[in-house]
Write a protein that binds this ligand. Structure first.
Ligand code: ADP
Ligand code: MG
Length: 360
């Protein structure tokens, strides 16, 4: 995989940079979690300092346009941005302006999700090269991360390079001493990781809705707790009786539902974490947004922060939780990828990494 370091002479080059600005935005148009945006700063700084002409391409799901948040993006990134409403504005911008350009929400065009070669060709117009710095989108077969690489010399940016380095170390690290913690709500994206690490880790600790799923499959009464519908399909091939799978055994209930792991389970999880050489964590243990059900998640976040283990974590809500509890900066590596991190760890080939020739 070629990286930014392989671009011979950055000065004066017209560079199309795929960034990841897909952040939660409140009704007041205030960015609620700037982590992903901040992670882009080093790459943009580097290219601008080297004298490149840069246009950013990114998507946002929470709102239709970057318009209402451009000033906040500028503040976080420390660069003034020129918002470009149309794909046809992009090529002209690089020729005429020194400002960093930002094409408005690339998912406004059907060609993006369709991985349309013509759309990608339009994006590539007027550029010398393309950099993918959006690891969190790299599990998508979209035009701005896949088809675009057919039209421009393409490179991995700092974020993609770092993500791949840390996440492949997770896969390569010895099984002994490795502890995987999976929680949260999107069980269908997490169970493949549990399966993948079953015989490549000392223990897999589960919380959140995944734990509910497994408890239900074991025949335990979990009342009105949230579970996935396609349980048997989801858990197929997973030995739910394997002692490596550490399931919570006491709970904090609310309105007939399991909404957090209980004090005995917290102690058990803390004990396992304290013995680990490497911890991988994705997904909160409970409904941490409500303070009454936050203790499981905050205790796990603290236990990992206090352990000597190499710690790798990710997931939008997991990151929100560590920031809320004041543990940001306490871990070895925080992934910008939620779904992409899980897909990578689950052993999938990520289409955008494939397009960068990551896989031999
Ligand atoms: P991440 O974004 O970190 O990958 P997910 O999106 O999969 O995590 O899940 C996070 C959500 O899961 C949070 O909103 C949290 O409140 C919810 N959650 C965790 N445990 C439970 C539970 N037992 N019941 C219902 N929701 C839960
Ligand atoms: Mg989430």
């Amino acid at each position: 995989m070629k990286t930014v370091h392989d671009i011979a002479d950055i000065k004066g080059k017209r560079i199309l940079l795929r960034t990841d600005f897909d952040v939660p935005v409140g009704d007041d148009n205030v960015i609620q979690e700037p982590f992903r945006i901040a992670a882009q700063k080093a790459m943009i700084d580097h290219l601008v300092a080297q004298g490149a002409h840069v246009v950013l391409v990114a998507h946002i799901s929470a709102i239709d346009s970057f318009g209402p948040i451009v000033d906040q993006l500028e503040k976080i990134l420390g660069h003034s941005l020129k918002l470009l409403p149309e794909v046809s504005d992009v090529a002209g911008h690089t020729a005429s302006s020194a400002d960093v350009g930002l094409l408005d929400n690339v998912r406004r065009w059907d060609g993006e999700k369709d991985n349309d070669p013509e759309f990608a060709k339009g994006l590539a117009q007027g550029f010398d090269c393309y950099i993918n710095n959006a690891f969190a989108v790299s599990h998508r077969g979209h035009a701005s991360v896949v088809a675009i690489t057919e039209h421009l010399p393409s490179y991995a940016g700092f974020v993609v390079e770092q993500e791949v380095k840390h996440l492949s170390e997770v896969i390569a690290a010895p099984s002994h001493g490795k502890v995987v913690i999976m929680g949260g709500a999107k069980a269908s994206t997490k169970v493949p990781v549990v399966k993948q690490f079953m015989d490549k880790a000392d223990a897999i600790l589960v919380g959140g809705v995944i734990a509910n799923d497994i408890l239900k499959a074991r025949g335990q009464d979990i009342g009105e707790s949230t579970v996935d519908e396609n349980l048997s399909e989801l858990l197929e091939g997973l030995d739910i009786a394997d002692p490596k799978l550490v399931i919570p055994h006491d709970f904090h209930w609310g309105e007939g539902k399991i909404l957090d792991i209980g004090p005995e389970s917290i102690k058990k999880f803390e004990a396992v974490i304290s013995q680990a050489a490497m911890v991988i964590w994705n997904g909160p243990m409970g409904l941490f947004e409500d303070r009454r059900f936050a203790l499981g998640t905050s205790s796990i976040a603290r236990a990992i922060a206090n352990s000597k283990a190499t710690s790798i974590l990710g997931g939008g809500d997991t990151i929100a939780a560590i920031n809320q509890f004041g543990f940001a900066g306490s871990y070895t590596f925080v992934s910008t990828g939620g779904g992409a991190m899980l897909a990578f760890l689950g052993g999938e080939e990520l289409p955008a990494l494939k397009a960068l020739h990551y896989y031999a």
